[in-house]
Design a protein around this ligand. Sequence first.
Ligand code: URP
Ligand code: ZN
Ligand code: ZN
Length: 460
Amino acid sequence: MKTLISGGTVVNSEGEYQADVLVDGARIVSVGLDLPRDGAEPVDASGAYVIPGGIDVHTHFQMPFGGTVSCETFETGTKAAAVGGTTMVVDFALQAPGDSLMKTYSDWRTMADGHVVVDYGLHLAVTDLSDATLAEIPLLVDEGVASLKLFMAYKGSIMVDDATLLRTLRKGKECGALVCVHAENGDVIDVLVNEHLAAGKTAPKYHLTTRPLEAEAEATRRAIMLAEIADAPIYIVHVSCTRALDEIRSAKDRGQSVYGETCTQYLALSTDAFDVPGFESAKFICSPPLRDKSNWPGLWAGIRTGDLSTVASDHAAFNFAGQKEMGLVEGFHKVPNGCPGVEHRLLILHTRGVVGGEIDMPKLVDVCSAAPARLFGLYPQKGVIAPGSDADLVVFDPSVDAVISAATQTQNVDYTPYEGMRVKGAVRKALSKGEVVVSDGSWVGKAGAGRYVKGTPFVA
Ligand code: URP
Ligand code: ZN
Ligand code: ZN
């Protein structure tokens, strides 16, 4: 089947221009002015942008974490992503202690295959390294898992030590797997948490004071230094503050292959969310924690300069009822960490970034689609509007006024941290490999239509 998207402004990371986009089957076949309809199904993009579908490289669907499992499934999560203009996710397969990496990979494939509604890829989060698991890394790369993740936080559960970091960085370099790091000093956080609890400080707001930005900056610096020793590239996930960003910038200035990711919540939410009495603010507990809004200008500047390459959602959804409430009795440390946001990433980036005058549309496409595709071995199959690329396309109307609310969201979670936020823009149409899956903001696709996409090995 052919589809002709006409009358819109095509935006790639390199620039924007008026053009039509002709799709045949799952691929884009031509991009140009006044393309003939030639029997193709028409999609009207007048007054709208036509952008490559968003790629969210940081989601946690069905993730066992903190004594529970994140409530967004691969089906509901990819549906919410598509409704918000994101047509591919790269999720984290999380190694359980004692499991092999290949078992972890295959478990996550089983959870996702046949359920995802748009394409997906996987990173492998290594939590229990041995000689045997290290030897599996090349096998993973053969399977298209071209990125690994290590946690420097969450002591006593998934945190790894510096030896694990160094060994994984070396192996990753050897076989083309980009190592992604959650950079917070877990030992320091553990001391601070215990001190707070001993002093009876158990309210959600104490999540903030037990995870100071120095603990993030220190771990960021340490991770970068270990990558330098290993002569390996490194990708720092969810950079929340300018002190951590400074470490990335300095390393880049020294010529090191370092990449930074920030997330929607660090650009749009702040510690102000905790200025409410009671337990309600547990909804905003994520790690690293929300920071003072004085960090916002520096993070936007980092996006403009390229010191931050990507913006992801770190979608880790836990219902307030029954899941976030796990911290009601003993305190903030029992609240599962994470916030939902896969559906709202593009909308908030457009509102706060483009309408807010921080970035232009090509930059939005770069950080939300093109750079994620390049870094995780998906480009040019994904992340660009060009002949031969997958027809993962979004017709985005920038003129619509909307308000984010749990009552109207597609995400399968009982709240949104962005409740009541006024946003500008709406997804008029989203196509996944040539099929219209979203029309006027509603899901119209087929369950299980998404596929696993292999990432190609990382070349620094
Ligand atoms: O709070 C967060 N970010 N939860 C998800 C797991 C992680 O650290 O990325
Ligand atoms: Zn993390
Ligand atoms: Zn995460």
